[in-house]
Design a binder for this molecule. Structure first.
Ligand SMILES: *[C@@H]1O[C@H](CO)[C@@H](O)[C@H](O)[C@H]1NC(C)=O
Ligand SMILES: *[C@@H]1O[C@H](CO)[C@@H](O)[C@H](O)[C@H]1NC(C)=O
Ligand SMILES: *[C@@H]1O[C@H](CO)[C@@H](O)[C@H](O)[C@H]1NC(C)=O
Length: 481
């Protein structure tokens, strides 16, 4: 029962419900997926058939957007966390959805928590704005705060499913969730009977129950929330994806991609390693799995509290007590994802017409001791690697491509880069601090030379508060070839 206990404990303690709960669900249910696949009797046909057949239907990439959760930590203190789009106007939605659409995203998953009037009004506004922008939407019920009520779920679903922006799978309107075991198989079956295409993340305790013919076999899709992040001190692999795929079968499994997870509140204080170029590596993994996958969800647009946002840090509200977001832009991660989104959907590598570079790093060495932080060092601090990560995109045709990365007085050059994305890492030894410089060369001529100013970002050896969030920058060659 440790898994369930963790779910409940984290749901109660976490100001930011979503990832924190799910990550624990996955980690506790499935600590060694590869071993479990071997030890349980899974038909060898299930896995082998996945490699060869492309799942039918058009592929789509979703963006998870959080409308609100108000979360009172009354047990600890009288703190209330209010995020994200409270007070959003139609124009605010148009602005955000236009950016999301421009990245190649097909639909947004509108995460709704508490059932109240302003929130259902925001759902309506979002659907209307989406229709005007030309992007689709569906509701993702968040049962860590939405009432565990099948009829209420159905009424929210029914009042939106016929709107023009509603995302449909082969004509059937989609609905998704974060959690929802509490509705039971009967509850979810009634929702399906209303004409819904189900893609929930339900915290089942045994993935074999998702197999066709088992209790949850009627789900059209099941969505792995926690599969986006490595759950320990090792790079992200696809072991967990493959474990769920082997139970669900190709075309019933949906999964997630994300760049980062750092949260730093009293009672919820942890870092999941974003090392090994997590975002680029995860996209490569999903492209590798594409014959079995129809849907992938990006986590998230605006969860500032857990640091996996790609929205501008000024979009909407941050939860009270969030000290690690301002000055740490992530918008370049969404821009970088465009290439991979197109690749995932089309199955072929997009051509790169000019050089660009995306780069990120944390502000301090992982072993830093903050001088004025009562929350303390986050768990997972010792999993972090001190490096500047960069992905350099070189032109598909023509010329040699090389790059130089620099932090303080540590620098390294990388030659003979390949056409398309190149993952580069500059290890930092703890003796070199200061500004970051990235340079890219075409045929020996410098086409990118970018140094964010010392006021914008510096890698430093002192901190008042802990910050394991990433500063993300980018630059593009102005000379097109
Ligand atoms: C695998 O599937 C094929 C046809 O789909 C079937 O003939 C064969 O018996 C199956 N093998 C096993 C081990 O289930
Ligand atoms: C849910 O709706 C059904 C059908 O309208 C109704 O029979 C049932 O009593 C409702 N349940 C609750 C708990 O309101
Ligand atoms: C780099 O900077 C550090 C201090 O930040 C200094 O101790 C070290 O000597 C410098 N190395 C070089 C090669 O200048």
């Amino acid at each position: 029962m440790r898994g369930l206990y963790l779910v409940l404990a984290t749901a109660i303690l976490s100001p930011l419900h979503a990832v924190s709960v799910s990550v624990d669900v996955i980690a506790s249910q499935n600590p060694h997926p590869a071993v479990q696949v071997k030890s349980r009797a899974v038909s060898p046909n299930v896995t082998s058939s996945l490699q060869h057949r492309d799942v039918p239907g058009q592929k789509a990439v979703f963006m998870h957007v959080i409308l609100i959760f108000k979360f009172s930590l009354t047990l600890i203190n009288a703190f209330q966390f209010d995020v994200d789009v409270f007070g959003y106007t139609f124009d605010n939605w148009v602005r955000d959805l236009t950016t999301i659409k421009a990245a190649g995203i097909d639909a947004v998953a509108l995460n709704i928590g508490k059932a109240n009037d302003w929130q259902i009004d925001q759902v309506s506004t979002a659907y209307d704005a989406a229709a005007s922008v030309g992007i689709s939407t569906f509701i993702s019920f968040d049962y860590s705060s939405f009432p565990c009520d099948t009829n209420l779920t159905i009424s929210y679903f029914n009042s939106n499913k016929d709107k023009p922006a509603q995302f449909k799978v082969d004509g059937v309107p989609m609905i998704s969730s974060f959690l929802g075991l509490c509705l039971g198989t009967d509850g979810w079956q009634s929702i399906k009977n209303q004409g819904a295409y189900l893609m929930p993340f339900i915290e089942v305790s045994d993935a074999q129950d998702l197999q066709v013919g088992r209790p949850w076999g009627f789900l059209q899709h099941w969505h792995c929330w926690g599969c986006a992040w490595p759950q320990g001190n090792a790079p992200k692999t696809t072991d967990d994806d493959n474990w769920y795929l082997s139970n669900l079968g190709a075309g019933r499994f949906a999964t997630t991609v994300s760049a980062w997870l750092y949260v730093h509140y009293p009672g919820n204080n942890r870092y999941l390693r974003g090392d090994d170029h997590l975002l680029a590596t995860r996209w490569e993994q999903l492209i590798g799995l594409r014959s079995s996958l129809r849907f992938v969800e990006y986590a998230t647009w605006n969860d500032f509290g857990e640091s996996h946002y790609v929205a501008p840090t000024t979009s909407g509200n941050q939860p009270a007590g969030t000290t690690w977001v301002n000055g740490f832009p992530h918008t370049a991660w969404l821009d970088m994802s465009k290439y991979y989104i197109q690749y995932f959907k089309s199955g072929s590598a997009p051509s790169v017409t000019t050089e660009s570079v995306y780069f990120w790093l944390r502000p301090n060495p992982h072993s830093i001791q903050a001088t004025g932080d009562s929350v303390g060092q986050p768990t997972g601090w010792d999993w972090a690697r001190d490096s500047l990560y960069a992905v350099v995109f070189c032109r598909t045709t023509g010329g040699s491509c090389s790059a130089t990365l620099k932090v303080g007085n540590t620098s390294q050059s990388y030659s003979n880069l390949q056409p398309g994305p190149n993952k580069l890492e500059l290890p930092l030894d703890g003796n070199s601090f200061g500004t970051v410089t990235v340079q890219v060369f075409r045929d020996g001529g410098k086409v990118i030379d970018d140094t964010p100013s010392a006021n914008t970002f510096q890698y430093t050896n002192s901190a008042v508060t802990y910050n394991f969030n990433a500063f993300v920058g980018s630059a593009t060659a102005s000379i097109c070839g």
